[in-house]
Design a protein around this ligand. Sequence first.
Ligand SMILES: [Zn+2]
Length: 267
Amino acid sequence: MKFSGNLIKMRSEYTNPVTYFLKLGDSELKMNELLGKLLLLKYTGIIHCIQCGKRTSKSYSQGYCYNCMLTAPQADESVVRPELSKAQFGIARDMEWSKENDLIDHFVYLSVTSGLKVGVTRSHQLFTRWIDQGAAQAIKLSCTPNRHIAGITEVFLKKYVADKTNWLKMLSGDTTHQINLIDEKARLLALLPSELQQYSERDNTIYPIFYPVQSIPDSLYQISLEQNAEISGRLVGIRGQYLIFDDGGVLNIRKYSGYFVDFSIMD
Ligand SMILES: [Zn+2]
């Protein structure tokens, strides 16, 4: 079976294990069913902007053409650095978009990826965000009325906790069990200034996340579609936005958003 289309971040559902879907053209592949199967993926050399759909010679900010990188609200600096959001002052690339995406409840959370990590997400994106980063478990820390306040909370906590994930350690999955998220949450909330403490989240549920992984090869390497336009291998796991193959190659689907590929299931 062969499918063609522009790669786009896999959709996920918070089930045990996580269920992944990959949309390609008019099809949506149920990725969990492909575990153990031999896959062939060919990058055609064509990239389409995930915003406007136009062909672009290069992908900017994981899938945008140059123009959309500069203008699309989804590609604004505040997407990566929430503290820069100015929507609360009525300033944004597109205020209508910001009303639905910046001026809404946000969570600051703690998760365990390659170690303890702090992050920010729109409230309705909570599980998607945790799954996309490959978290093994997570807890809500604060609930804020807009993106900016969540962002400055995160900036404050970055002094004490990492905000980045080491993909290799995360996928190897050997770091996860010594961290007590309830203790860490209490410790970090106590460090916040009172004007940020007021947004503390009462829900102390620890959400565990399990991924569809059959086995993890001993040594892993990142597959580059730029350098290797054709890859094939048996799919042994999916975690975060990574496909893990039996030879240790891992493909970050999100990184190649907009790349037009042919995708074949060989057996
Ligand atoms: Zn574009």
